[in-house]
Design a protein. Structure first.
Length: 373
């Protein structure tokens, strides 16, 4: 397994006797989700250099957007590097795969992608849940008096969870998903699925794909004459999507993380200051307009660690099972923590911790994301 990002240590002291907090990070730096993973990689330098009295050591591995590799990477970090916390991973399937290892090894995980197959005791998720964004999507459909909906998305965990989330949010409303077309991330053509969707003449289409890959169904639907609104997941709201979709992006409606539309948030939104802080820091390093959902999720993982590690240090030293358990318990007890994606209130039943204030809808105007109206 190739370590694409070298271990880096940011030390307050030169004395190696101090116990560093070890953070294992698994990202999709290659493979189908690399367009998102590479954006997260750019946020690594924004993670805290020290927390409390301890320096922080980060070890980063590539999972190649492969669940088996994600599992191997997580195990390697836990067994060989004796990490205190696992930050993993870029995609929904790989995040869930890594969570099974974290749960088995009793190492806290901060996931960078949402997954909806229950909540494992040791896993916490920085993006808002699919359910949170699905509620916002269905509310917008109801406002537009949309009833007949078609789904077009990945035939994997992300596609299934997004389909289930929208279906659940639509329960009890006039919105009905009457057709679901699925495809593999590696398929070279989705023309047959697109034609079936267009032929069904839905009032709206919900796409379950990510980043630049979501541009393929967006463009294909528009090119085949579909004129209704096309809703996406939050994972599609990237510059890569806008660039790849071209003019067709103007018909897209996308749930977004708060930093994407930070300036347009109401001044009294509790996370506006954090969202703006992320935008200023990230764009100072990566250029104007470079903000994205994925990097904000990694930055928020750092905020969770800054809140939890000092408390856990009162119980035990890093590198011990006692420290890892204390860190897990502290993460679960976090209350009213303002991060760039919302306000976090974790409980034993909710390891996302967000409410409806974490959801925003955007559209594309002049190549930029603006709040949808």
């Amino acid at each position: 397994m190739k370590r694409l990002v070298c271990t880096f240590m940011l030390l307050m002291w030169a004395d190696a006797s101090y116990a560093d907090v070890k953070v294992g990070v698994v990202l999709s730096l290659t493979g189908p989700a690399a367009s998102a993973g590479l954006l997260e990689q750019k946020a690594l330098a924004m993670l805290p250099k020290t927390i409390g009295t301890e320096a922080v050591e980060y070890v980063v591995l590539d999972d190649a957007t492969d669940t088996s590799t994600a599992i191997k990477s997580a195990r390697k970090l836990i067994v060989e590097n004796n990490i205190d916390v696992l930050v993993a991973a870029t995609a929904t399937p790989t995040s869930f795969a890594a969570s099974t290892v974290a749960d088995e090894a009793q190492v806290p995980q901060i996931a960078l992608a949402p997954f909806g197959i229950g909540i494992l005791k040791w896993s916490f998720i920085t993006p808002p849940s699919f359910a949170t964004f699905a509620k916002a999507v269905v509310a917008d459909m109801s406002r537009r008096k949309i009833k007949k909906v078609a789904f077009l998305g990945y035939a994997d965990a992300l596609g299934q969870i997004w389909l289930e989330a929208v279906t659940a949010a639509a329960a009890g409303t006039d919105v009905k998903i009457e057709l679901a077309e699925r495809y593999n991330r590696t398929d070279t053509s989705i023309l047959s699925q697109v034609l079936r969707v267009v032929g069904a003449q839905p009032d709206a289409v919900v796409v379950g794909a990510t980043s630049a890959s979501a541009a393929e169904p967006q463009k294909a639907l528009v090119e085949r004459g579909y004129k209704g609104p096309i809703y996406h997941t939050q994972a599609a709201a990237t510059k890569e999507f806008v660039r790849a979709a071209g003019p067709s992006a103007e018909t897209a409606i996308l749930p977004v993380s708060l930093p994407i539309v930070a300036e347009a948030l109401p001044d009294d939104h509790p996370s506006k200051a954090r969202a703006l802080e992320f935008v200023r820091t990230y764009e100072a390093a990566n250029g104007e307009g470079s903000r994205n959902n994925f990097a904000s999720h990694l930055w928020d993982a750092g905020l969770l660690l800054e809140a939890a590690v000092p408390v856990a240090l009162k119980t035990a030293k890093p590198g011990t099972s006692e420290f890892r358990k204390s860190l897990r318990d502290t993460l679960e007890s976090i209350r009213d923590l303002k991060v760039s994606n919302g306000v976090v209130n974790m409980t034993a039943e909710d390891h996302y911790g967000y409410d409806d204030r974490a959801a925003a809808l955007a559209r594309v105007e002049g190549g930029r994301f603006v709040l949808a109206k």
